[in-house]
Design a protein around this ligand. Structure first.
Ligand code: DOR
Ligand code: ZN
Length: 346
């Protein structure tokens, strides 16, 4: 008998749609599987004002069919110059749902991010008052900190002191990659949650580096040891309310990935739901998939649950999924989970 699972329509709480030709290709793909997505603002130049966010939202909606039922939830890119007043205006508009903190230099297009965290305290205080979440790329960017330690060091040296200063601030520690991050969120009370990506539930650092270097598995934060991956799987599949899906699907054309200095980012929007069903089934936790993809996120953001549902089915034979997608600026490689995929969205 075909295995079948009907769940509330998922949301993606961390997504890169890019801009221009790339946006036109990848936006309809996410819209097929997700009702809403938190849209990352790391464009060049970044989305720092309500005006930028409104214009970007219009470009996203223009990439969708005439009756779009996909809602882009916009974010502002926090800089040292961001004004509390701008954030308040953005919040009141209803289209901007969060503010994104990139430590300067931590990842793709983070040059305009924050170096001196004291400078953002007034904005964070305003956000706490508005109950507007801060989405955090949780890595330090200091050259003397080992890349595999950057998340744990960020939590200790930056995040915890910020949260002590602004205890009422709602924080999403994004794309958690370590057991340290999972423990921190579990101990952190109701104002902190964590997103977990599809790929970090599936790959560890050996997938990137053992037996040849695999640039398509390179992202930031970089995947860690197997024990950390197991902690992520345990957290995601537990159903606990503070963990939910943020794919961090981050398309780069192959020419940018396969280069002497390749870009960080993995494109997972296309096969995320099938990959997740596989991971949850292996963990004997399929009933908790809906909490991870469709319930915990909106509850943390104080948004209604989706009313539509999707059906996942498991085929007898492995699926033939595209290895790449074409865009007018070059092809993008689709995440290869390294196992045969049987689950698909019916
Ligand atoms: O791997 C990543 N890619 N991590 C990020 O934080 C940014 C993203 C991108 O924009 O390419
Ligand atoms: Zn990201």
């Amino acid at each position: 008998m075909t295995k079948r699972l009907e769940i509330l329509m998922p949301d993606d709480w961390h997504l890169h749609l890019r801009d221009g030709e790339m946006l036109k290709v990848v936006t309809p793909i996410s819209a097929r599987y997700f009702a809403r997505a938190i849209i990352m603002p790391n464009l060049v130049p970044p989305v720092t004002t309500l005006r930028d966010a409104e214009a970007y939202r219009q470009r996203i909606l223009a990439a969708l069919p005439a009756q779009p039922d996909f809602q882009p939830l916009m974010t502002l890119y926090l800089t040292e110059d961001t004004k509390a007043q701008e954030v308040e205006k953005a919040h009141l508009s209803g289209i901007v749902k969060a503010v994104k903190l990139y430590p300067a230099g931590a990842t793709t297009n983070s040059q305009s991010g924050v170096r001196d965290f004291d400078k953002i305290i007034p904005v964070l205080e305003k956000m706490a008052e508005l109950e507007m979440p801060l989405c955090v790329h949780g890595e330090v960017s200091d050259h003397d900190v080992d890349i595999f330690d950057r998340e744990a060091v960020f939590i200790e040296q930056v995040l915890e002191p910020l949260r002590v200063q602004v205890p009422m601030l709602k924080v999403v520690l994004e794309h958690v990659t370590t057991a340290d991050g999972i423990d921190y969120i579990r101990r952190g009370g109701d104002n902190i949650a964590g997103t977990i990506t599809t790929h970090h539930l599936i790959i560890n650092r050996n997938h990137i580096l053992a037996g040849g270097i695999r640039p398509h598995y390179y992202c930031l934060p970089v995947a860690k040891r197997e024990r950390h991956r197991l902690a992520l799987v345990q957290a995601a599949t537990s159903g606990e309310k503070q963990f939910f899906l943020g794919t961090d699907s981050a398309p780069h054309i192959d020419a940018a990935k396969l280069s002497p200095c390749g870009c960080a980012g993995i494109f997972t929007a296309l096969n995320t739901m099938g990959c997740l069903a596989h991971v949850f089934e292996e963990a004997d936790a399929l009933p908790n998939l809906e909490y991870f993809t469709s319930r915990n996120g909106p509850n943390f953001y104080n948004l209604p649950l989706n009313s539509r549902t999707i059906v996942l089915e498991k085929s007898e034979n492995p699926l033939a999924l595209p290895a790449t997608i074409k865009t007018p600026i070059g092809q993008v490689t689709v995440f290869d989970p390294g196992f045969n995929q049987h689950w698909y969205v019916a």
